[in-house]
Design a protein around this ligand. Structure first.
Ligand code: SAM
Length: 248
């Protein structure tokens, strides 16, 4: 049977599409895309033209069986999402699961992922972390989710959109405490890339004060809950690092 190639695409900078991703997208029989118009633009930028099939959250179950049949018939397919790595807060796990269950080879073409890109520049403990994706949209459910996470010792990674970044930061500060250290990564790899390093209260203030800081796409990396000794040690280190730049 054919292979299902799971291909990461850029999260903002087209230069991040890897040579192997290009080669894969050029040679597969068809490309399953979250939004075919979006992916057609990406392909045409690179001078590629391949048949596109829509695979989004509303048709994934129905499509998966058909796609697996095509794979079993020997076709090779690529799976992409609008940005970054498919399946990471994006459609695809049902198709991949179905392909795997049918004994079809599934192979990754790794590349950009906003969560990992943010973690790689956050400077927060990265040996153990949990990816929480998007918080619930409704305030009650969001606070409930956060209160379950308040004592989590591992670093936490959240995705957030411009519409909700203020509310989410407010709830995070309220539930995790104003002083919890966090890094807000905005528009990574794009023109207005900004990485803010502060307490939750500080981030909340910065974002409230400057409309530009509310634009675009966000990853929030939040330090895990430490015991008090750890917290004051971390605070001390942070202060020292800030001061060190100003010392002779
Ligand atoms: N599959 C993607 C990945 O691998 O990162 C994530 C898709 S998810 C639907 C979109 C969210 O990812 C955005 O709301 C934002 O939280 C985050 N994101 C995507 N691109 C980003 C960027 N350039 N900078 C910061 N966050 C980004």
């Amino acid at each position: 049977s054919g292979t299902l190639h799971v291909v990461a695409t850029p999260i903002g900078n087209l230069g991040d599409l890897s040579p192997r991703a290009l080669e894969t997208l050029r040679t597969v029989d068809a490309i399953c895309a979250e939004d075919t118009r979006h992916t057609r633009q990406l392909l045409s930028h690179f001078g590629l033209e391949r048949p596109l099939l829509a695979l989004h959250q509303h048709n994934e179950d129905a499509q998966a069986a058909q796609l697996v049949t095509r794979l079993q018939g020997g076709e090779s397919l690529a799976l992409v999402s609008d940005a970054g790595t498919p399946l990471v807060s994006d459609p695809g796990f049902r198709l991949v699961g179905a392909a795997r269950a049918a004994g079809v080879r599934v192979s990754p073409v790794p590349g950009a992922c906003a969560a990992i890109a943010a973690l790689s520049v956050a400077g927060v403990a990265s040996d153990r972390f949990v990816f929480e994706g998007f918080l619930p949209a409704k305030a009650g459910a969001r606070r409930e989710r956060l209160s379950r996470l308040a004592a989590e010792p591992r670093t936490l990674i959240f995705y957030e959109s411009a519409h909700r970044i203020e509310e989410s930061l407010a709830d995070l500060a309220a539930v995790f405490g104003n002083e919890r250290h966090a890094v807000l990564a905005r528009e990574l790899t794009k023109l207005f890339e900004t990485v803010l390093d502060d307490t939750l209260a500080g981030l909340r203030q910065t974002v409230a004060a400057d409309p530009n800081q509310r634009r675009g796409e966000f990853v929030l990396v939040v330090e895990g809950a430490g015991d008090d000794a750890d917290a004051s040690l971390a605070e001390g280190r942070r202060l020292y690092a800030k001061l060190a730049g100003h010392l002779p």
